[in-house]
Design a protein around this ligand. Structure first.
Ligand SMILES: *Cc1c(COP(=O)(O)O)cnc(C)c1O
Ligand SMILES: [Zn+2]
Length: 435
């Protein structure tokens, strides 16, 4: 499909051959604009249904020229119907879009496959980003696949261990920055304006285009229906904007006549957008020193704030805040009721739904999709930090006692002793040392 760039404020237009990230005239954000008329006579759903369930299933709607994208088979993540969680939240129709199922474990891969493909098309040799962790993990992987050099700037001491390991193993040049994400982003924006470094933060309009596929997938997974509400954790605020754009397009293309309400969720200690919306401010009300356990959304000056506020207002949604305590409880609840282990930022969507329901922002029986943005294994430390003491048992009798207590004695006959169960003692079981 034909596309070009357009400024969201002054509406100036630029051809796709220009390497720009913001409007050269007024400095505001750019959007990718398509000529949808080309698609009006095509049965898109039928076309999609013949293809693999991943991001490139929707290739007519992606802004690339080449037929050979840089891909790791991203997208096609599960939409999990969460009956047990729904009952606990007094809100039965909850689905979780589990973006941890992506190749590097977060939704960022949907954007990077498009963004890095564009980097190659535009002739870039080096890609760069600032990151709270997942962007660097994802960019490092796609740069490796594409054979490009990759530089990532991350806030020192504030990146989850798994994410840092990913960036390192994929061969990125990892630079630790004394300062927070907002500072790191300012630095890479400056660098990419001086040197030929292709910037792949979400200020890059092409990256966001890949993330619209979350909306297309949810539509197909719900049997060509649109949910009533979509709940999304908000950091730099690109994803909520992208998902909203995706749903609007489904309507524009005549595939549905409805759109969902978008509810963004921020952590209390990093909630610039929630406040900007509440106070109806025309300027972004920044948070100078954002703080939260959910490091992926520890952002005080979201670059896509304007797009996100428009998404929330147009969709008649809102932005709410949750505490770190609520986030960690929601993380545990989702893992222990549904078998889905997500990172703290992702659990903000579950905590957010609980809060939105209690505030009457979501009605019982409405179909809600919570976007779980990244995998829990990226940040194992936070779980272990929160775990009370392990049960450590020395021998088979103790283990037997523990199991009996757990099951309740009524389940067991009095004769089942450790010997009857055929258990060895710990000593018998241990492997003799070779020395
Ligand atoms: C990047 C990220 C977010 C925030 O997304 P934005 O588009 O920056 O709002 C939330 N959760 C996880 C796990 C992320 O990696
Ligand atoms: Zn402009």
């Amino acid at each position: 499909m034909n596309f070009h760039l357009q400024c969201i404020e002054c509406k100036a237009e630029y051809p796709p051959s220009h390497i720009i990230y913001t409007c050269p005239k007024c400095g505001d954000l750019l959007d990718v604009v398509y000529d949808y008329s080309e698609l009006m006579n095509i049965d898109l759903v039928k076309l999609w249904s013949k293809r693999t369930f991943n991001v490139w299933r929707y290739r007519e709607l992606l802004p690339v020229l080449s037929r050979d994208p840089v891909t790791l088979n991203e997208g096609g993540t599960g939409l999990h119907y969460c009956r047990r969680l729904g009952e606990l939240l007094n809100h039965p129709e909850v689905c979780v879009k589990n973006e941890g199922e992506n190749p590097t474990g977060s939704f960022k891969d949907r954007g990077m496959t498009v963004g890095v493909t564009r980097a190659k098309e535009l002739g870039s040799k080096v890609v760069i980003c600032a990151s709270t962790g997942n962007t660097s993990a994802s960019l490092a992987a796609y740069a490796a696949k594409a054979g490009l050099h990759c530089i990532v700037l991350v806030p020192s001491g504030k990146v989850a261990l798994g994410k840092l390991a990913q960036a390192i193993i994929h061969g990125a040049h990892v630079i630790l920055v004394k300062g927070n994400f907002d500072y790191a982003l300012r630095v890479v924006r400056k660098l990419s304006s001086i040197y030929p470094l292709y910037l792949l933060n979400s200020v890059n309009p092409y990256r966001l285009e890949g993330q619209r596929t979350i909306a297309y997938e949810v539509y197909e997974q719900l049997g060509r229906e649109v949910p009533d509400v979509v709940v999304v954790p908000v950091g730099n605020a690109g994803n909520i904007s992208a998902i909203w754009k995706g749903f609007k397009e489904l309507k524009l293309l005549g595939l549905t006549d409805r759109t969902p309400r978008m509810i963004g969720v921020q952590a209390e200690g990093a909630a610039p957008l929630a406040r900007t919306l509440r106070e109806n401010s025309d300027e972004l009300l920044r948070v100078p020193n954002p703080e939260t356990v959910a490091t992926a959304i520890r952002i005080g000056a979201p670059v896509n704030w304007k797009k996100a506020l428009r998404a929330v207002r147009e969709s008649r949604g809102t932005i709410i805040t949750v505490s770190d305590d609520e986030i960690l409880k929601a993380q545990r609840l989702l893992a222990s009721t549904e078998g889905l282990f997500v990172e703290p930022a992702s659990a903000a969507s579950i905590a957010g739904l609980a809060k939105a329901t209690s505030q009457g922002l979501v009605d019982r029986g409405e179909v809600v999709v919570c976007v779980a943005t990244g995998h829990g294994l990226k940040d194992p430390e936070i779980v272990l930090k929160m775990t009370p003491k392990f049960v450590e048992l020395q021998n088979a009798e103790e283990i037997d006692d523990f199991v009996r207590a757990l099951l309740g004695n009524s389940y067991l006959s009095k004769t089942s002793t450790p010997t009857a169960l055929g258990l060895q003692t710990a000593a018998e079981h241990s492997i003799p040392s070779s020395s």
